[in-house]
Design a protein around this ligand. Structure first.
Ligand code: 13P
Length: 262
């Protein structure tokens, strides 16, 4: 399956001009990227301009969407509005929203449902808070996953994306360090097993599991396994704000999936 690289800009940059320049540098640097799908997730006010300057080279992702289509929800953004803007993916359940905005599994589940109705592809972020011994699989992963997908017909979940993003590995967490490639692969296999149990093998097979947490140009390709279905992409925060680094990450992944031939 084609790897997916998602550039999550979070609440950066703080001007339209800077957002446009960053998007343009990334798009120009990527050229006609093949073999890797690249999505840019800028803040809402920049989606239109990023879509315009990157056309065809990257796709748009939103950092959130509300749990309903329209109505009296001051400040919220409807998945239908995003779809209408040309957005393809929406990140839901990010740990920063769970932590800073109090989002819980129930709300995330409603958001997943609303995103699917609007024909957006959810990128559902799950991950444990603290780094425990890597021999122990944190029970929160199964819990967050099952609750996010609860009550949704299996067939609707084809081709969604699950992002394993341990909070302790996110670059802005004090003392953060990236997960080890081996552990990330173990987690990807575990999440895939959970997906098979929850959704059956044929739907699970269409779902990409990606990794997020201090991914940089130096370590990016090490998270992807080419011999087994481990991690099939990355959710990048800090490093995606630097166009050159972002481009190098995509190129290193392309090289890896081509078997280091090019
Ligand atoms: P960093 O890549 O800065 O660790 O952020 C990861 C993240 O939260 C992406 O959603």
């Amino acid at each position: 399956m084609k790897p997916l690289v998602v550039a999550n800009w979070k609440m950066n940059p703080t001007s339209l001009r800077a957002a446009e320049a960053l998007a343009r540098r990334i798009a120009v640097g990527l050229g006609n990227v093949s073999g890797v799908e690249v999505a840019i997730a800028p803040p809402f006010p920049y989606l239109a301009v990023v879509g315009r300057v990157t056309r065809q080279r990257t796709v748009l992702a939103a950092q959130d969407a509300w749990a309903g289509a329209s109505g009296a929800y001051t400040g919220a953004v409807s998945p239908l509005m995003l779809r209408d803007l040309g957005v393809r993916y929406v990140i839901l359940g990010h740990s920063e929203r769970r932590r800073f905005l109090g989002e819980d599994d129930g709300l995330i589940n409603r958001k997943v449902k609303a995103a699917l109705v609007a024909r957006l592809i959810p990128i559902i972020a799950i991950g444990e808070e603290h780094r425990e011994s890597q021999a122990v699989t944190p029970p929160v992963l199964a819990q967050q996953l099952a609750r996010a997908l609860d009550g949704i017909p299996r067939r609707r979940l084809r081709a969604i994306v699950i992002a394993y993003e341990p909070v302790w590995a996110i670059s802005t967490t004090p003392g953060a360090r990236p997960d080890s490639p081996d552990n990330a692969t173990r987690r990807a296999l575990y999440i895939r097993k959970l997906l098979v149990k929850l959704l059956g093998p044929s739907v699970a097979d269409t779902i990409r599991v990606i990794y997020g947490g201090s991914a940089t140009a130096k370590n990016a390709s090490s998270f992807l396994a080419t011999d087994i279905r481990g991690m099939e992409g990355l959710l990048i925060g800090g490093a995606s704000l630097n166009a050159e680094e972002c481009i190098t990450i995509v190129q290193s992944i392309r090289k890896k999936v081509r078997g280091d031939k090019s």
